[in-house]
Design a protein around this ligand. Structure first.
Ligand SMILES: C[S@@+](CC[C@H](N)C(=O)[O-])C[C@H]1O[C@@H](n2cnc3c(N)ncnc32)[C@H](O)[C@@H]1O
Length: 257
């Protein structure tokens, strides 16, 4: 199931803002090395490079298309195609950023402590994950998948996303491995200027991918037609035809001293 840098970057400003807010919330420090896990087309990596000009910047992503785009954008950084699950770099990092990626990676109970173990001392692990599976836009994806002639093809689509743990569970899993944790949740209200059509374009670059990839072109068109119509019922347009898409996101900053 491939990722498209062009599709993803249609909403670059909105998608990059949570990463900027996350980095702004970290304590002042001067990392010598920073790793951007799930770096995508390099938008979050560019924030790292701008904020920490002295640091050695690396990025990792399982999508060759995303890494190709990131290399063009930031030739001075080092990028590799790899899954986070098989990331075996033995060098510790002063800062590890994982912005908008870990909700695609399973087993957070073991994954997050393993990521902390890759930090230097002192070191910081900075995470942001969409916490939006209960939002209407996601509920509708699942309902339309189950109700259509494509139900069998889409029976495992929802499982591509990892359900987040509770805040208490993240705390319990991370506490033994670090000296300080901050956890917060923010709802962004991203403006979609073209209403439901833009919500569809947004999720075609992320959450809809597991639902669209298994379908043939006719099924895909039919699924998107139903999805767009259902979104139009739920998200009210303003006078200019735009909508505000509520988008809750969970942030975790782990400090290891
Ligand atoms: C939503 S984009 C995030 C891009 C960027 N970090 C940002 O802040 O906008 C998610 C990225 O995670 C990558 N990804 C998904 N699962 C992954 C995995 N298991 N290992 C590494 N990268 C993964 C995708 O290829 C995609 O580029």
């Amino acid at each position: 199931m491939s990722w498209s840098p062009q599709q993803y970057l249609q909403f670059e400003d909105e998608r990059t803002r949570p990463a900027r807010d996350l980095l702004n919330a970290l304590p002042e420090f001067n990392p010598r090395s920073a790793m951007d896990l799930g770096c995508g087309p390099g938008n979050s990596t560019a924030l790292l490079a701008g904020r920490y000009p002295e640091a050695r910047i690396n990025g990792l992503d399982s999508s060759p298309e995303m890494i190709a785009a990131a290399r063009v954008r930031l030739p001075q950084a080092r990028f590799e195609v790899s899954a986070i699950e098989s990331w075996t770099d033995p060098d510790p990092y002063d800062l590890i950023l994982a912005n908008a990626v870990l909700h695609w990676v399973p087993n957070h109970k073991e994954l997050l402590p393993a990521l902390v173990s890759k930090l230097s001392r002192p070191g910081v692990l900075a995470i942001q994950m969409p916490d939006n599976l209960a939002e209407p836009a996601h509920r509708l994806m699942r309902e339309i998948a189950q109700a259509g002639p494509w139900a069998a093809k889409l029976s495992s689509a929802a499982a591509e996303r990892t359900e987040l743990l509770t805040v208490d569970e993240y705390e319990r899993r991370l506490r033994p491995h670090c000296s300080h944790i901050e956890i917060w949740r923010t709802t962004y209200y991203h403006r979609m200027a073209r209403g439901a059509a833009d919500i569809v374009e947004w999720f075609k670059g992320s959450g809809l991918r597991p639902y669209l990839a298994p379908l043939n072109p006719e099924e895909r068109a039919s699924y998107l037609e139903r999805y767009t119509a259902a979104l139009g019922q739920i998200y009210p347009h303003d006078a200019e035809g735009g909508v505000r898409l509520p988008f809750p996101r969970l942030f975790i900053a782990v400090i290891r001293s």
